[in-house]
Design a protein around this ligand. Structure first.
Ligand code: C2E
Ligand code: CA
Ligand code: CA
Length: 692
């Protein structure tokens, strides 16, 4: 896993849809689209601003026009009321004048009362003016009030002169006081009334104009409102589309890897779940491959993150290009990819796809003129066989991938036996492949001795790994791994080569010892084995009778029919066959009878405990009897004590092997041991077996 600054930058970028075929939906992320998005966003922003401004102006206009109309109406109303009061004052003044004249001609209480009523009416009208008028009206009123008071004083004196018949005095008062005072009052009242009438008319005209304007504007405002509503709908639609696109883009981003544009882990899991459900309905299988680049970290560290990122992109594109479009390829992170195969029938087909993917990476990647070589390890799992849900399948694909990587195997299918191995053991796998070529695998030889004569009949070749760092590693720690990873083939060949070379060396020095070589269960599934062994024997110049192959019961049971065929072919060549670890498995007697074997080796678990466990002794004895009844040689392995040896002799066992006689040892030590081997004293109990 690498998380680099460059990667983080890349994460922020829009994914370039590199390898994934044009997505199933219309999730178009091209540059043109993003340009259109920007334009839409800008347009909708501008439209929003314009819309807000226009709305604001319309509202301002509405408030302004309504206020203007109402204040114009109020002013018109006020002006008309005031004008009415002035008119009333005007009428009162006119009435006063005519009643004053009338009183002079025909004085009497009736006219006098009417006159008083008219003058009271003037006072009332003036009070109303004072109440409703403005400052200038109030000033006019107070002036008129004072003038009227004074006028009424003169009238009173003139009316008294009339009442007393003093006409000359009456005329004098009228001419000198009443007329001038009245004229002044009448002039003021009339001009004020006239002024206010005109004002009232002009206010009304204003109101009419106002009404006309709003009457004219209203349809336009209505139309504008409609237009705005349409524009609003348009902008909203644009917005909605933009949001829709952004939402889809966000969804796409959340399901795809930003660097390569490939689906990410989440999408892979989703699709895997769907395919598994579909497969369950149809009874089909789903394959899952986990691909991890080898030495990617080195490239990343050596050339820099830019190269690493570019390489990952190109790798994604290449892997995608060799897959069918129904297959999903996802980047899980770092240099890890996964492929979902929804239409796979068996593990072998899935492995073939894995091999194709590896082949696709063979040509170097050209980045900025630098050619980079990259390889991949592929772990393979199949639904049903290796798990029924995405999580388990991916975990197991990971185990298989790790084994493939550690063992440099390229492609490796999951095997439940691999799961238990510690990472430390799995890490050994990587070294094991190298060990084969670096000659670190050596053979130790353990003698097989005749119980009857003490004669050394042969030796079993037992492989050891002289690890440069870890020292001597015993086969139990690496043979099972090799068996599950395909390395067992080359390992068996290596052991056969070395064992036959040693056999030939012994033969050349005049010691024709039978060489026993252990065969793994996997070797028995290889139809080419007899041919290969024939070639090896011929090449090393070793007679077939000097080679014995040890096969465990469980190996025979893996594919009994094929094992039978193979063993018959080997026996026909003259190679001896021995059933290893006999008693630990479940070989049927019937099967044993039909197999072309020459020897059975009683499992050492019975032999080492024979002396203390009577039941084990009984089993050993039964096996010996059984072997003899089938005409086979019976060997007891794991002989550690003289007591065990004595028991075996009593049971009439043929051949023995074990620490008590000799531990497995390198060829040179074996030779030295054999040279000093005193047949007669071989089984001396007081001589402890050398510890290995
Ligand atoms: P095996 O074929 O049953 O080999 C006998 C094992 O018992 C050897 O262990 C040997 O060292 C050990 N042994 C010998 N005498 C005694 C004894 O007196 N007491 C006890 N407790 N053990 C004794 P080793 O060498 O560790 O090999 C373990 C297994 O590894 C072998 O069991 C065999 O199945 C496998 N193996 C060894 N070499 C090869 C090989 O070249 N190819 C294959 N396919 N398998 C191998
Ligand atoms: Ca063996
Ligand atoms: Ca054995």
């Amino acid at each position: 896993m690498i998380e680099t600054p460059a990667r983080q930058l890349a994460d922020q970028r829009r994914p370039a849809p590199a390898a994934e075929p044009p997505a199933e939906d219309d999730l178009d992320t091209s540059a043109a689209q993003s340009g259109a998005d920007k334009r839409t966003a800008l347009r909708s922003r501008v439209a929003t601003v314009v819309l807000v401004l226009v709305l604001l102006s319309v509202s301002v206009f509405a408030v302004w026009s309504s206020q203007l109309t109402s204040s114009a109406a109020q002013s018109a109303d006020d002006a008309s009321t005031l004008s009415d009061y002035y008119d009333r004052a005007d009428r009162a003044v006119t009435a006063e004048e005519s009643l004053e004249r009338k009183y002079r001609l025909e004085p009497g209480p009736e006219v006098r009362a009417k006159y008083d009523a008219a003058s009271a009416d003037l006072v009332t009208a003036l009070d109303l003016v004072e109440e409703n008028g403005d400052q200038s009206d109030r000033e006019t009123e107070s002036r008129l009030d004072a003038a009227h008071e004074s006028y009424l004083g003169s009238i009173a004196r003139m009316f008294d002169a009339v009442d007393t018949g003093n006409t000359p005095l009456a005329l004098k008062i009228d001419g000198e006081e009443v007329d001038p005072k009245f004229d002044a009052i009448a002039e003021t009242v009339r001009s004020a009334a006239q002024g206010h009438r005109e004002n009232s008319v002009s206010q009304l005209a204003k109101l009419r104009a106002m009404e006309e304007l709003t009457g004219w504007l209203t349809p336009w405002v209505f139309v504008l409102g409609l237009l705005l509503a349409a524009a609003m709908a348009f902008v909203t639609r644009g917005h909605r589309r933009l949001l829709d696109r952004e939402r889809r883009q966000a969804l796409r981003d959340s399901l795809h890897d930003a660097l390569t544009g490939l689906p990410n882990r989440v999408l892979l899991f989703d699709r895997c779940g769907k395919e598994l459900a579909a497969a369950e309905r149809t009874g089909a299988a789903v394959g899952l491959l986990l691909i991890d680049l080898d030495r990617f970290k080195e490239i990343n560290d050596t050339f820099g993150h830019h190269y690493g990122d570019e390489l990952l992109k190109q790798v994604g594109t290449r892997l995608r290009s060799v897959l069918h479009k129904t297959h999903t390829i996802a980047r899980l992170g770092g240099d890890e990819f996964a492929v979902l195969l929804p239409d796979i029938t068996d593990v072998e087909s899935a492995k073939d796809v894995g091999a194709t993917l590896r082949d696709a990476l063979e040509a170097p990647f050209l980045i900025d003129g630098v050619a980079l070589d990259v390889e991949a390890s592929v772990g393979v799992v199949l639904s049903g066989q290796h798990g029924i849900n995405a999580t388990v399948l991916l975990q197991r694909a990971d185990v298989a991938m790790y084994v493939a990587k550690a063992g440099n195997l390229g492609v490796c299918a999951y095997d439940s036996d691999l799961d238990g191995h510690s990472p430390a053991k799995l890490a050994l796998l990587g070294d094991l492949r190298r060990a084969l070529t670096a000659d670190q695998l050596v053979l130790h030889y353990q003698p097989k001795v005749s119980l009857d004569s003490g004669e050394i009949l042969g030796a079993e070749a037992l492989v050891r790994w002289e690890h440069p760092d870890r020292g001597l590693i015993f086969p139990d720690d690496f043979i099972p791994l090799a068996e599950h990873t395909g390395l067992i083939g080359p390992l068996t060949t290596h052991v056969l080569e070395a064992a036959l070379a040693q056999t030939k060396a012994w033969l050349a020095s005049g010691v024709p010892l039978t060489m026993s070589v252990n065969l793994s269960a996997r070797s028995l599934l290889d139809d080419g084995l007899p041919r290969q062994i024939a070639d090896l024997l011929a090449r090393h110049g070793v007679p077939a009778e000097l080679l014995e192959l040890e096969i465990t019961e469980s190996a025979l049971m893996a594919d009994p029919a094929r094992a039978q065929r193979l063993l018959e072919a080997l026996a026909a060549m003259g190679v001896r066959l021995s059933i290893d670890d006999f008693g630990a498995g479940y070989t049927s007697l019937g099967q044993l009878k039909d197999l072309p074997v020459t020897e059975i080796k009683i499992d050492r678990s019975f032999i080492t405990s024979m002396a203390t466990e009577p039941s084990d002794a009984l089993i050993a004895r039964s096996i010996i009897d059984l072997g003899h009844s089938l005409g086979l040689t019976v060997l007891a392995e794991g002989v550690e004590t003289a007591e065990t040896l004595t028991h075996l002799r009593t049971f009439d066992c043929d051949v023995v092997q074990g620490y008590y006689i000799c531990c497995p040892m390198p060829a040179a030590t074996f030779d030295a041991w054999r040279a000093s081997y005193p047949t007669s004293t071989m089984f001396r109990p007081e001589e402890p077996a050398p510890a290995e």
